[in-house]
Write a protein that binds this ligand. Structure first.
Ligand SMILES: Nc1ncnc2c1ncn2[C@@H]1O[C@H](COP(=O)(O)OP(=O)(O)O)[C@@H](O)[C@H]1O
Ligand SMILES: [Mg+2]
Length: 268
């Protein structure tokens, strides 16, 4: 199995897309009545790409990278948050739907169908438990995964469990699957390199389902104060206002560089 490690630091300049949000590329207003919103989705779906941020561990960066990627692919993307505990619509800077708001009405799969009419990209932000029915119901529709992991032994064990459930011998998934591993929040280069080594070994020794072909990529994202503060600032000022005022600025720049790698690797 080929393994492409890209030891990117926290700073990487080029940004592929304009970060400005305009009425034109952002016609959807959230907060309006749900039925009205669903009815307003026009059916022009060609092929919507469904991606998922998953891990067996909380606090590794699933929501952060989902929000960042949704913002990077602005206008074309929606984050579908499957975590019941944490609402994302209010704090995300991009179009976001919390499944909890629809849970009594439609299945996740149906909600994805609806969202596919309007969006080219659906980013699933999943809870720490990827074996929950909400997640397993739609997992086979995903062929691009983002798996954030952190340095340290516990993180490695959590990643191992996630990989086994997703791609192990009993996996329900099939076919060619691109997996973007985000080695997140490392502080020292030495720790990062150690984690890369352990992780590479883990991948090489793992038993994968014979029905699956994994194409992996690993990118590092250093711990960044700006990213750490991002959520706090979004909550205090309101996500949209914060993004317009540039409170996300420094964090965005760092996260955009990762999103650019994801875009390239996922062939979006
Ligand atoms: N590279 C990073 N540097 C600093 N803080 C980060 C980074 N990535 C994520 N965080 C912070 O870590 C916390 C957990 O991230 P989150 O995306 O909510 O994790 P998850 O969704 O996996 O539970 C958040 O407060 C977030 O701002
Ligand atoms: Mg989360």
């Amino acid at each position: 199995m080929s393994f492409d490690y890209d030891g990117m630091g926290a700073f990487y300049k080029k940004s592929g897309r304009s970060m400005r949000r305009t009425e034109e590329n952002h016609p959807v207003k959230f907060g309006i009545m749900k039925d009205e919103y669903l009815a307003s989705l026009q059916s022009d779906s060609s092929e919507t790409i469904i991606m998922a941020a998953v891990s067996f561990k909380g606090g590794v960066g699933k929501s952060t990278i989902s929000n960042a990627l949704g913002s990077y692919l602005e206008g074309d993307a929606v984050v579908l948050n499957l975590d019941y505990v944490q609402k994302a619509e209010e704090s995300n800077a991009c179009d976001t739907v919390d499944y909890i708001d629809y849970i009594d009405e439609i299945s996740v799969s149906e909600l994805i169908d609806e969202l596919s009419k309007r969006y080219k990209f659906i980013i699933l932000d999943t809870p720490g438990d990827i074996s929950s029915p909400t997640v397993t119901e739609i997992l086979d529709r995903v062929d691009r995964f983002i798996i954030p992991l952190t340095t340290g032994k516990r993180a490695r064990q959590a990643t191992e469990s996630s990989l086994d459930v997703l791609f192990g011998p009993d996996a329900m998934l099939k076919g060619k699957i691109r997996v973007f591993f985000l080695l997140n929040m490392y502080k020292l280069v030495s720790k990062r390199d150690q984690a890369v080594k352990h992780f590479t070994d883990l991948l090489h020794n793992m038993e994968f389902s014979e029905e699956i072909e994994i194409i992996p990529k690993l990118v590092g994202l250093k711990y960044s104060e700006a990213i750490d503060r991002m959520e706090e600032e979004a909550q205090s000022v309101g996500a949209l206002a914060a993004s317009n005022k540039g409170a996300y600025g420094p964090a965005r720049k760092t996260l955009d560089s990762v999103c650019m790698k994801i875009e390239e690797f996922f062939e979006l």
